[in-house]
Design a protein around this ligand. Structure first.
Ligand code: UDP
Length: 238
């Protein structure tokens, strides 16, 4: 069996990662696949924390473009992350991983409140912890929530699981000469305006020296390889 390089990791999944070929919502096959990929690192004895976005259901910025108040729209976006978190919890538990959802917005009947010490206890007991409802504040993203929680729980690295293989020096969809980047610093990401994560998330990670790995979650085995220290995708750090 391969050996993990990290003891505790944070994995950020975008809501869209759950859609598969659908235009909206959650694909049962895809969520099962994602759970199996998480199982591959759980089986290595790694303590796993997860943040999942809500873009497959609702994004605040889209609601506000229809004329909704941004705060109301972001509240809807955060609730979308709770829906995804509950679905992911169910899929993980079906594959034998004890899992807890902690929500940044109180909803005691369906999720624990976010309590750092309790989250740490779950991780120590080898329970997967899913942090739902982002930061609990509008005008933020789940990327920022993932960086924030990663720091609070002292995760050694944050893996941002995406649909692309790595970060490119320019948008590969519009530029045929776009070059892949295997390693870069947070500062360079900000200076070059590369869209690895939003700038709030990247600068928070930079200030606290949290390394970020950008990996393609659609390639089976990638997350396990990355957790074992193989060079996969893009490493953001010093
Ligand atoms: N959101 C928020 N505060 C947070 C995290 C998320 O208001 O701390 C809202 C925001 O409207 C966002 C939506 O939740 O658009 C879904 O999150 P995100 O866009 O990060 O999801 P992803 O793109 O990863 O699927």
């Amino acid at each position: 069996m391969p050996t993990a390089k990290f003891k505790r990791v944070m994995v950020k999944l975008s809501g869209e990662a759950l859609m598969g070929d659908q235009e909206f919502g959650i694909s049962p096959e895809v969520i099962g696949y994602v759970a199996a990929e998480i199982r591959s690192i759980f089986d290595l004895g790694v303590e796993v924390a997860l943040v999942i976005g809500g873009g497959n259901i609702f994004r605040g910025i889209k609601g506000s473009s229809y004329g909704m108040d941004r705060t109301s729209a972001d509240h809807m976006g955060m609730l979308a992350t709770v829906i995804n978190s509950i679905a992911l919890c169910d899929a993980l538990e079906k594959q034998g991983m004890p899992t807890r959802v902690q929500s940044a917005i109180a909803m005691h009947e369906i999720a624990e409140p976010y309590i750092l010490r309790r989250a740490l206890r779950h991780l120590e007991k080898k329970r997967v912890v899913i942090f739902a409802a982002g930061t609990g504040n509008p005008y933020f993203t789940t990327d920022t929530a993932a960086v924030l929680r990663a720091q609070e729980i002292h995760a050694e690295i944050l893996f941002k699981a995406t649909k692309v293989n790595c970060l490119f020096d320019k948008d590969p969809e519009c530029n045929s000469d776009a070059q892949p980047i295997t390693a870069i610093t947070h500062k360079q990401v900000l200076e070059r305006e590369l869209r690895a994560m939003d700038t709030t998330a990247t600068s928070l990670a930079m200030d606290n020296k949290l390394p970020i790995g950008i990996i393609n979650m659609l390639t089976p085995g990638n997350i396990c390889k990355a957790v074992c220290g193989e060079t996969i995708g893009t490493y953001i750090g010093d």
